[in-house]
Structures are given as C-alpha cells and as structure tokens.
Design a protein around this ligand. Structure first.
Ligand SMILES: Cc1cc2nc3c(=O)[nH]c(=O)nc-3n(C[C@H](O)[C@H](O)[C@H](O)COP(=O)(O)OP(=O)(O)OC[C@H]3O[C@@H](n4cnc5c(N)ncnc54)[C@H](O)[C@@H]3O)c2cc1C
Length: 388
C-alpha cells in the first residue's frame, strides 16, 4: 500500500488537510470510527463547540464542507464584549465597524465532523483507515513506512502528523515539544438564557478564571469557563440548578437567568509548542504542532490555517517533485512560523497578564482594555488579525 501522503489523525485538522491535498493519493489513519455516532437527540446541542473565524470558514467553503453544515445550527457572532476584572473596564468589537459580515461563527463539533466526513466521501484517491492507530514509523531516504496496531502496514512519501497534543508522529520523528500544564480545566456546557444574546459573544476575565458565553441558535449560549483544576472539579460536581446560578452570577446576569441544557464536561488545559514543524518526510499540523489556551478560541483556526498552507505548498510543487522533500516542507514551516508564534505569544501573554496577582498589573490591564476600546484603528487591526 503506497501513498503520496499518510495523514495520521482524522480530527478536524487532519480531515480538512486530507480533503485539501488535491491531486495526491492520501491514506487517512484515524483512531475514531469512520462516522461519528448519531446524536442521542438530533436537536440537542453538542457540549463541544468552536468559534470558527471567517478565514477558516472560507477555507471550509473552498473544501465544500461549509455548505454541508445545517444553516439553522450556524450562529454568526456580530459583536464581542470583553470585560476586565474590575467590573468596569470593557473592550467591544463590532462586525459592522470592522468591515466584515460577522466576527466568527459558532459551530458544534459533531456537525463539523459530520460535514468533513461527508466531504471526504466525495474525494478520489483517498483511503480511510478507521478505526486504526499508527504505532510504528520509520523514515528512509525513499519513503516512510508505517505500521498500524491491527498489523497492516503502508508506505508514504510524506507523513502528516495531525494526531493532536500527544502526537505519536511528533515523538517518532524526534521533534521535541515544550509543554506545560496551565493548572486550569476548561468547563464547557450549554445553557438556555432568559434574555436574547443578540449574537454577541461575551467574555469575562476574572484574574485567573476566564468565562466565555458564546451565542447558539435561539436563546441558548455555550460556556467555556477556565478555572483552577480544583474549582473546575467542584463546578463539575454541582447539580444543574446550582451550576446555572453560579454561571449567571459570574456573568453578572448579562443574559438574565440561565438554565443548563447540556451536561458540563471538563478539559485539562496545556500549552505546547515545537521548535520545528517539519523533518525529513514529516510535517506537523494542528495541535500536534501547537496547543494554545482556549481563551481566544484560536486552536482549531490555527490548525485549519496549517492544513491550508501545507496543502497549498504540496499542490503547487514543481511537477515530479517528491512531496516528502525537506526543502519543500520548509516552505510550509517558514510560512507558518510567524503566525503560530504570534498567536501563541498573544494568547499566553493575555493569560499571564490576567492571571497575575500584582495590583499594578491589575490596574494596567483594565486600563489597557479601556484604552484599546477608545482606539478604533487598533481595535480594527486586532479584530482583523483574529478574523484570519
Ligand atoms: C475547551 C476548549 C475550547 C476550544 N474552543 C476553540 C474554539 O472556539 N475555536 C478554536 O479554533 N479552537 C478551540 N479549541 C482548540 C481546538 O479544540 C483544538 O485546537 C483542535 O480540536 C485541534 O484539532 P486537531 O485535529 O489538531 O487535534 P485533535 O482534535 O486532538 O485530533 C487528533 C486526532 O488524532 C487521533 N490520533 C492520535 N494518535 C493517533 C494515532 N497514533 N493513530 C491514529 N490516530 C491518532 C486522535 O484520536 C484524534 O482524533 C478549544 C479547545 C478547548 C480545550
């Protein structure tokens, strides 16, 4: 079994890359079964949602994935309100003033996966190994050989590691990662809200904890609340009414009373970056290459941009050029180095700034929010960067 490319990991990023790598024969190896299990109730919201930037939405549109998402489950974000931890400072973004139709789209994980799977079914020269796990990788001058846990083996000229934060490909290729736990867990859950959200995404920095309420269809919102591991464990143990009350309180009743509609789940938060995105016959994309705090909702967006860039480099390569050639892969690494570094530093810097106990920093971070709010040009620049 010989392929141009073997993609290890069929999460959002690996699946989107497999779809984008036109003209190449692709083996997609994914630990999850071929199709996502059907939802217990089709109208129930998924606990995991993503804020998808307009740039990522355009990429998914090019891949013919976006039109497969049910329109009634896509929620545009028209404005953002970000509050500091003094109860007064506020930074607001507005799609109209930024010159775009929407700042982001809120999309459920299960629906996005389903749309990607369906789009992949229409792709030629793709073999999907699922459920299958890659457990051995050897790189030689002419090809990479892979062995799957079920005993099958395959060869590819390029191996794309899209296998998430604990990437097997990254370790097998000897690419070191710098990793650290934030000591925080993100608690996610969905609520019905008393007041209409008006397609506004809310965020409250609480001097450590960060609470986001993102708009879902109708009068519903999706919460991502990053708390210390101990606080998160307590929240996850609360009964629905107590959790709803606590979230309404922390959000200063901006949306009135809340009532839980999707049980909470917790995700331990880590930071990870790698000094190299490529090695001979290897390229890393998505969380395999970088993991950022979810406070800016940018992890999957960064991964989609990796997938788009790597696919572009491969599709545009000179005729007959080996897709695993390190000099070719370095084009991808060079193009992604700055955006990945900038996003990692911004997100981590914001986290550190609001996590600090220093009085002086607390005053300046809140003043900074207010000041940025009064500088329309800077605001537009920041918003445009996040839009991608
Ligand atoms: C609480 C929370 C909220 C978030 N919100 C947002 C948001 O609003 N917007 C945003 O852009 N990002 C967000 N993110 C980040 C986003 O979830 C991740 O960046 C994104 O899911 C990474 O996708 P991936 O495909 O790279 O990795 P993963 O989703 O981790 O997928 C990796 C896949 O590889 C498979 N795999 C692993 N090892 C092997 C192997 N050996 N063989 C075969 N398969 C293997 C795994 O089973 C998995 O399916 C959030 C993250 C968290 C924790």
């Amino acid at each position: 079994m010989d392929f141009d490319v073997a993609v290890i990991g069929s999460g959002l990023v690996g699946a989107s890359f497999a779809r984008a790598a036109r003209g190449l024969s692709v083996a997609l190896v994914g630990a999850e079964p071929h199709a996502a299990p059907p939802a217990a109730r089709p109208d129930a919201f998924d606990a995991r949602i993503y804020a998808i930037s307009p740039g990522s939405a355009a990429f998914l549109r090019d891949l013919k994935v976006w039109p497969l998402l049910p329109r009634e489950r896509l929620t545009p974000v028209h404005a953002m309100r970000i509050y500091g931890d003094d109860g007064r400072s506020l930074l607001e973004f507005d799609a109209y003033r930024t010159g775009v139709a929407e700042l982001a789209w809120i999309v459920e994980d299960r629906l996005l996966h389903e749309a990607l799977w369906r789009a992949l079914e229409a792709r030629d020269h793709l073999e999907h190994f699922a459920p299958a796990e890659c457990e051995a990788l050897e790189v030689s001058e002419r090809a990479a050989s892979l062995r799957l846990r079920d005993g099958r083996s395959l060869n590819a000229r390029l191996v794309v590691g899209a296998d998430g934060a604990h990437s097997f490909v990254r370790r097998a290729a000897g690419i070191a990662a710098r990793e650290a736990a934030y000591g925080q867990t993100a608690v996610v859950a969905n609520f019905a809200c008393e007041r209409p959200h008006g397609n506004v995404a809310y965020q409250w920095f609480g001097g450590g904890p960060v609470l986001a309420l993102l708009p879902l269809p109708g009068n519903h919102v999706s919460m991502v609340w990053s708390r210390s591991d101990a606080d998160a464990a307590r929240l996850l143990g609360l009964d629905p009414a107590a959790l709803s009350r606590e979230v309404a309180e922390a959000s200063r009743h901006a949306l009135g009373a809340l009532s839980l509609v999707t049980p909470p789940r917790g995700f331990a938060l880590r930071r990870l970056d790698t000094p190299r995105l490529v090695a001979p016959r290897i390229a890393l994309i998505g969380d395999a290459a970088h993991v950022v705090h979810p406070l800016a909702g940018q992890g999957a967006n960064l991964g989609f941009q990796d997938a788009r860039e790597l696919a572009d480099v491969l599709v545009r390569r000179e005729p007959g050029r080996d897709p695993g050639d390190l000099r070719l892969l370095r084009r991808y690494a060079r193009a992604r180095a700055e955006p990945v570094l900038a996003m990692g530093a911004t997100v981590h810097g914001l986290y550190r700034l609001f996590d600090s106990r220093s009085e002086l920093l607390a005053r300046s971070r809140n003043a900074g929010l207010n000041l940025t709010n009064r500088l329309p040009l800077l605001k537009t620049m920041l918003a445009r960067q996040a839009i991608g």
